[in-house]
Design a protein around this ligand. Structure first.
Ligand SMILES: [Zn+2]
Length: 489
């Protein structure tokens, strides 16, 4: 009855970090309590046995007199001691309550996604993921609860960083110098898809900066400052985080896995996103764009051939990824992995295993990552089979962009849809990701279906003003037809 999560903070992120630090043990849970709606009690029935999950088990299942309460902060937040949350963690005894409370606070957003660095045993800058940051603070909390903490900061920190290194070793990430407490924002990133995708960082290494910078620009440009876009990224991040730490660890242990993830997933996905970006900026209104896409497809095919990728590989990827994209992650029948990670089949087998283990539904991961990959590989398979058809395929690829964006998820979990917000956001998005009127029409139609009955303003008129009006009737429809269709709007 000791460990609690503060629900007024970034509680989903805290729970995801707890889950990651106990080796994704399904025995971890949380329950709400009647007495206090602002906190959830962490429960843990341990089934993964390693040092860090043992520690969590002790924290959760020991009756310490003082409750330990974890609060996840946004990077823009301020800790109770007045210091900025950004890149920091902070544990203290809160005497405002009786019994006193041990409070654990940390930045759950890695410096607004810029990443956080610490100093490694070789003196270089190393990653400091949120899971590790939480584990570090929990070590302070554990020492306070057991009355073994010391007031001498360098000694206390050396002991806690020694603890922290246990988790680092388990995760396969660099160990920290126990006598060096320096750290800050930026540098090695870990955690946020697209903008600060650490799978991208891990696969690119030296090229990392340009590629990641470009992704971040894409994200900011296309989604601009919209609240709904940000909500989308937060939800995507939560889903992605349930699988990405494991993939990062596996890639560090297997150069072969790293190679095929880069070749079959990360490279094509970056190509596709770049295409979407250019399509939204100018491609949808520029007739020459399809020719440019065709030229690029030609180059991509040549590169794939040079890397030894054959038509059959592209085919297998297209079909397997399409299955994963629709939530059918059980690909056991095609699994024939011996852990060598050289073929698309082995990659799909590995992915299906990882996705199956996620404790969250992966709807947004499916749309954002798997659907475009499946579509792109399907086109590449056609292109590899028949070089002559490249211009037709280029046209089809731009259509894929339109369809994909038209299906963008529009269920917003943490945002109340109000007229001002929707007006501002849709206006903003129309200058970026929804520039093409065809996409706006599709999004408008779906927003009406989803929200017409639940919002407190005239959604139809709002959408009409913003030019997101669904195509209720087309020119040439009879007046009966118009009336019938209009009533559906
Ligand atoms: Zn510390």
């Amino acid at each position: 009855m000791t460990l609690w999560v503060d629900l007024t903070g970034m509680s989903d992120e805290v729970f995801a970090d707890l889950y990651a630090l106990c080796g994704q043990d399904g025995g971890l849970g949380e329950v709400n309590v009647d007495e206090d709606p602002t906190v959830a009690r962490v429960t843990y029935s341990q089934s993964v046995h390693k040092a860090t999950s043992d520690r969590l088990n002790t924290l959760v299942n020991t009756n310490y007199p003082e409750p330990i309460v974890i609060t996840g902060y946004a990077s823009s937040g301020t800790f109770p001691d007045g210091n900025p949350a950004s890149n920091n963690g902070f544990t203290f005894i809160d005497r405002k309550f009786k019994p006193t409370v041990i409070r654990v606070c940390y930045d759950t957003q890695q410096c607004n996604g810029a990443g956080v660095w610490a100093v490694g045993t070789d003196g270089s800058h190393i990653v400091f993921p949120t899971t590790v940051m939480l584990y570090h603070e929990l070590s302070h909390a554990y020492r306070i609860a057991n009355n073994t903490w010391v007031a001498d900061i360098p000694i206390e920190e050396a002991a806690v960083i020694t603890d922290e290194n246990v988790l680092r070793a388990e995760l396969g990430i660099p160990l920290r110098d126990i006598h060096n407490r320096s750290g800050g924002c930026g540098g090695p990133t870990y955690g946020n898809p697209w903008g600060d995708c650490f799978l991208v960082s891990a696969t690119y290494q030296s090229e990392q900066e340009i590629k990641i910078h470009r992704l971040r620009v894409t994200r900011d440009l296309l989604l601009r400052r919209s609240t709904l876009g940000q909500d989308f990224f937060n939800q995507l991040y939560r889903e992605y985080y349930t699988v990405s730490p494991r993939i990062a660890v596996d890639m560090r242990h297997s150069p072969a896995l790293l190679r095929i993830i880069k070749l079959f997933l990360v490279d094509p996905l970056l190509d596709f996103y770049e295409l979407v970006q250019e399509y939204c900026i100018r491609g949808w209104k520029d007739n020459r764009f399809v020719d440019e896409v065709a030229a690029r497809l030609d180059v991509v095919c040549a590169e794939l051939t040079a890397s030894g990728v054959e038509l059959q590989d592209a085919d297998v990827l297209a079909r397997g990824l399409a299955q994963l994209a629709t939530g059918h992650s059980n690909l056991i029948e095609i699994c024939e992995s011996n852990g060598a990670y050289t073929s698309p089949k082995e990659l799909l087998c590995y992915l299906s295993g990882v996705l199956n283990e996620s404790w969250r539904p992966l709807t947004l991961v499916q749309w954002a990552l798997l659907t475009p990959l499946a579509a792109y590989w399907s086109l590449l398979a056609h292109a590899l089979a028949d070089k002559a058809s490249i211009s037709t395929l280029a046209k089809r690829l731009t259509d894929t962009c339109v369809n994909w964006l038209s299906q963008a998820p529009i269920s917003y979990s943490s945002v109340k849809i109000e007229q001002d917000l929707l007006t501002r956001d849709l206006e903003d998005l129309a200058a970026g990701v929804f520039a093409n009127p065809i996409i706006r029409t599709a999004i408008g139609t779906r927003l009406l279906e989803r929200y017409k009955a639940s919002v407190e303003f005239d959604l139809w008129t709002t959408l009409k003003k913003l030019d997101y009006t669904p195509a209720c009737w087309q020119a040439g429809d009879s007046s009966d037809e118009k009336r019938r269709r209009h009533s559906q709007c």
